[in-house]
Design a protein around this ligand. Structure first.
Ligand SMILES: [Zn+2]
Length: 421
């Protein structure tokens, strides 16, 4: 194995690449200082100061990992009241079931085998494995663990590390599969996490990770996927490099559609496992696209700047003409977008969410736009509604139309588009 850099990344300003330890880091984009996107203040918290941190993305010239250059401790980011619930997005629930189906057939899983989902949220993913006869266990640090437990998914409320892995092995035995969807980019103690996987998995075990994918982010100008929770935006090249430092082999990779473009990688325990051609193919696609060349990131910055100008101009234009301009959906990424563009509650008086959202009654970090029940959209029929979850823009637009919304719908990214009826 290679000389290992410190993968348990210290908090504060980043000194070297989080994966390979290189100091050759270059700017992707500077989004200014921003508050944590999932720490939504309540009414009373609006009377207190709010902390902002540098939100700057850099990329590594050696392994192409794209990464945040200021790291905030996990306990601060994933506080117990963290408001994200995966089960409430219908599209996501369907998508997760397809993930389970793929895993069961790709790995020929059998009933009774243990599947552990790390960052299991409300247990939606595991319920799919459970329905197919597997034994399941969730690991989830926030209070959402209780919701999963109430829904019959056995869940350990903890951060995943070597100690947690050891506890699981003692109580449940070794796992055949460990999954981490939309989690692996968030972990600061990456070394401890992967050593935990080494301990948790059986000798023929497989770790399946899925995360937003650098190629999609850059190609699609998705700068709103950059926020403090996402410490890393992986290329496949950087994932392969990372697991070279540990007792694992990346054996299969594919691009999948979630969140506007994800990468899913199967990582087998042990060295020298048979590797599918998908790995070489995707590495070549990254190289062909230019992920190791600075021009690629200059183009990305230009796209972001255009979004900023176009969206702000539209908001100002509406204000001047007395037209109403509001937001729909409040995913974490809309905090990056609205804080970067500079839209506050004077320009956008509210953001709507579905009635089950844990964000209702709270305020957008930084800009303090109130989050309200989306029933208000139908009642008020605003002139413009910005689809802040634009990566699910088409199905959301169809649902809003079906409910009788007649407003002009705005897709803010990757290029501003207005959808009339
Ligand atoms: Zn690197």
């Amino acid at each position: 194995m290679l000389d290992t850099p410190n993968h348990d990344i210290p908090s504060g300003k980043l000194k070297c690449c989080q994966v390979c330890g290189s100091k050759r880091l270059e700017l992707v984009i500077d989004l200014g200082h921003q508050p944590l996107c999932d720490s939504l203040p309540s009414e009373t918290q609006l009377d207190a100061p709010e902390t902002s941190y540098p939100l700057r993305q850099v990329w590594c010239r050696d392994c192409t990992l794209s990464q945040i250059d200021y790291v905030i401790p996990g306990e601060v980011v994933f506080h117990p009241e963290y408001p994200y619930r995966s089960g409430i997005t219908k599209e996501l629930a369907i998508y997760q079931d397809a993930f389970v189906q793929d895993a069961v057939s790709d790995l020929a899983l059998e009933s009774g085998q243990l599947v552990v989902d790390i960052g299991s949220n409300d247990g939606t993913l595991l319920s799919g494995f459970k329905q197919r006869g597997m034994r399941v266990l969730g690991v989830e640090p926030t209070n959402i663990a209780r919701i999963a437990q109430e829904q019959g998914i056995d869940t350990l409320q903890a951060f995943f590390d070597e100690d947690t892995a050891q506890k699981i092995v003692e109580t449940h035995g070794h796992a055949k599969v460990a999954t981490a969807t939309n989690v692996f980019a968030h972990v600061a103690k990456l070394g401890s996490f992967i050593r935990g996987l080494e301990r948790l998995l059986a000798d023929d075990g497989v770790f399946i990770l899925e995360n937003h994918y650098l190629l999609d982010v850059i190609e699609g100008g998705q700068f709103d996927t950059i926020y403090h929770e996402h410490l890393r935006t992986y290329s496949l090249k950087s994932i392969v490099k990372l697991f070279e430092f540990f007792d694992f082999t990346c054996v299969d990779a594919r691009r999948v559609s979630r969140y506007g473009g994800n990468i899913r990688v199967y990582v087998a325990k042990g060295k020298g496992r048979p590797v599918k051609p998908s790995i070489a193919k995707l590495l070549k696609a990254e190289d062909d696209f230019g992920l190791s060349r600075p021009e690629c990131y200059a183009g990305f910055r230009a796209l972001a700047e255009k979004v900023k100008l176009d969206l702000l101009n539209l908001a100002l234009d509406c204000k001047e003409k007395g037209l109403s301009f509001v937001g729909n959906s409040c995913p974490g990424r809309c905090s990056t977008l609205l804080n970067y563009v500079g839209i506050d509650r004077m320009l956008m008086p509210y953001i709507c969410e579905q009635p089950t959202s844990l964000k209702l009654g709270l305020y957008l970090p930084g800009k303090h736009i109130p989050v309200v029940d989306n029933e208000r959209l139908i009642r008020e029929q605003p002139d413009y509604v910005v689809l802040l979850a634009w990566h699910y823009g088409e199905p959301i637009a169809a649902q809003l139309r079906a409910r009788g919304l007649k407003s002009k719908l705005v897709m803010p990214m990757p290029e501003l588009r207005i959808l009339s009826i």
